[in-house]
Design a protein around this ligand. Sequence first.
Ligand SMILES: C[S@@+](CC[C@H](N)C(=O)[O-])C[C@H]1O[C@@H](n2cnc3c(N)ncnc32)[C@H](O)[C@@H]1O
Length: 228
Amino acid sequence: LLSVSARLEAVLDLLEPCQRLADVGTDHGLIPIAAVQRGIARRAIAADLREAPLRVARQNVARAGMLEHVSLLRADGLRPLCRGAVDAVVMAGVSGRLMTQLCDSAPEVLAGIRQLVLQPNKDVAMVRAWALAHGFHLRDERMVHERGHFFVVCAFAPRPGPDPAYGLSAFDETSLCNVGPLFLRRKDPLARSFCEQECARVRPLVEQGVKALEPELAQWQAACAYMR
Ligand SMILES: C[S@@+](CC[C@H](N)C(=O)[O-])C[C@H]1O[C@@H](n2cnc3c(N)ncnc32)[C@H](O)[C@@H]1O
């Protein structure tokens, strides 16, 4: 079985069994290969905007003997996947801003999926806020620390009504989107380390007089205190 980084392992861990997975921005193709090998997905589409990563993905898929189960697709975002073609979508290693743009440009594809697993490398709050506004509940979230960096993985599922993850009265919605409502609820130790890192990053700037960052510092401090 393919071994993958802790970041990709967390993505796979949050993925629930599905029929057909699309990994958008696949690059090396390791997520769809591992998802099929492990029996999480029956079939998968490894999609990427550029030909060079797709070549690498194709080699990896072939080497893993998965050409029958993992198809390669050169595509910009989700739009080229037609409605109902997939029931699960993963996007990892790109910005949250790009993820929300790609989701916004393919509502018909999103209408047919049962899960959306996202690992934004920045703008995580934007992803949580997008999901909250588009009927995708936060089913689970995971903090990973790898090679000196923190990574967040969020698993969403389309569900009716208000997202129960956000019913945490100690924090407003913006703070919950910034910090992660499930991290707060669980007092997640790794998420607390991330909040401590953010305090250490912002505090010196506030001490130097950057008043605009005072609310952000207060938010990270409140999150640290809550998770202690
Ligand atoms: C940093 S790699 C991440 C690879 C892999 N998902 C991971 O997390 O390890 C980002 C990949 O996204 C692809 N990409 C960027 N914009 C894209 C778009 N609009 N549609 C599809 N793929 C895109 C890039 O070509 C690149 O291969």
